[in-house]
Design a protein around this ligand. Sequence first.
Ligand code: G4P
Length: 532
Amino acid sequence: MSAEMEQHIAKRRTFAIISHPDAGKTTLTEKLLLLGGAIHLAGSVKARKAKKFATSDWMELEKERGISVTSSVLQFSYKGFAVNLLDTPGHQDFSEDTYRTLSAADAAVMLIDAAKGVEPQTIKLFQVCKLRQIPVFTFVNKLDRYGRAPLELMDEVEKVLGIACCPMNWPLGSGPEFRGLYDMAQKKLVAFRDNREGEFGVEERWMPMGEAEEEGLISAEEKASLQEEVELLEGGGALFSREAVDKAQLSPMYFGSAMTQFGLRPFLDSFLSLAPPPMGRKSTQGWIEPSRKTFSGFIFKIQANMDPSHRDRMAFVRVVSGKYEKGMQAFCPRLQKEVRLTNPSQLMAQERTAVDEAWPGDVLGFYDTGIWHIGDALVEAGDFSFEDLPRFSPEHFVQVRAKNPLKRKQVEKGLKQLSEEGTVQIFERWNMGMKDPIVGAVGELQLEVLKFRMQHEYGADIVLERLHFSRARWVLGEKFEPTSFDWEGNRQTVQDREGRPLVLFRDEWAMEHTQSQHPELMFLPHAPMDTL
Ligand code: G4P
């Protein structure tokens, strides 16, 4: 490996923040960017109130609903590190998109609201991280407000999520009694300062507890109670182990307040030193190390119309190995074709900037004319693909009709593009073609997004007629007779865009009943891989 490559890999970190809506992910994202000097917009709360949104919130719908529907990628530098922050959507319906985004991350920061603890979406997203076995760092937020006792929160994370926690710092008080953070390794305290309007100009001062008491920053009682808790933690808590963190068996835990920007610097310093550098990925030809000489990467996300004024579509590539250089050629194994990778861009905080080179761990956005699929590999040398990105089986189905029959073309185009992005899956009635296609989605909200985007991006009003199916299964078996398999509302045969047959079932019962009557057939929750 060249020294240059070694240096770039060692100093790169690619991670995602996972949290339940409202835990403060947008605020934390903005403050981290601010800390990295990437944006100069202090006071995210004000900005949001003034209806200015974080760069990562793109779409109209997000603005209207205040939710983050898309995932974005932001890069900033901090103390010599090149940091790639992948933004994951916060709504529970977007687990599939989130899963894909997490497939591009090497670590996750789990954000928890100190008053609320572990929430449903935290659990779901954590499970995705667990599946991928990426290290998870916990940040307990909103210490400037009254919250639950830190020991109780730690206990909850351990019990509910089943991962041991190792506190890296510990808070003294909360809400108006929040006095500061005690660093477990340095054995020093930093007094709380509300810096919400500042720009991180002032270094926080770490001092021994005695000194903090002398300076009147904490009282004798507060000092005694903190000492007691720290002793308890040192005696009974999990010991820090780099290996256990790497293996996703131990979560380093930090406390702070994103809004007031307190505790973010110590968190980021520690996180960047502990989080793993870009990791390799499994491929059809074994493990691909980031240090491999030649460039390789995979598309984990496709996003159309990110910028309504440009009407573009972008494919996001996570660089796995080697160096990307502007204009280089890469081979796409699915297409069995060489393609030129031109005009990539990276999102540097507020703006997209053109990039001339990229290293393992980086994410590149390429303008896509419609040739890419999610999961596509791009390799400079060789002919291999990366491990498949899982697709979740849809559970909500609708028949889509254009309100205005003259807009059928736009509807078809929109559906095709949105399905390539992975927002929804399109099916057709067996042998009926695209006439009134059926759309399947993992979550209800995706259907709402579909309707909204069809109208705003493709100028087509659509009517969604609900179909009472809740399961989709691809069928394998030579004796399968698609033309006579329908069963009055209980099941219906359709085909996917590749022409593979699948059956929609009304419910679990209909599915089990069918399986027991047709032991010769296999019903798969995902498309059979060998035919992909
Ligand atoms: P999300 O992206 O995870 O959904 O959360 P977001 O950052 O939008 O934060 C949700 C709410 O929590 C916001 O308040 C935000 O100001 C607040 N918040 C975030 N971090 C902290 C913190 O450290 N301390 C306190 N006290 N509040 C925090 P909001 O009322 O929904 O929005 P706004 O009206 O303040 O803009």
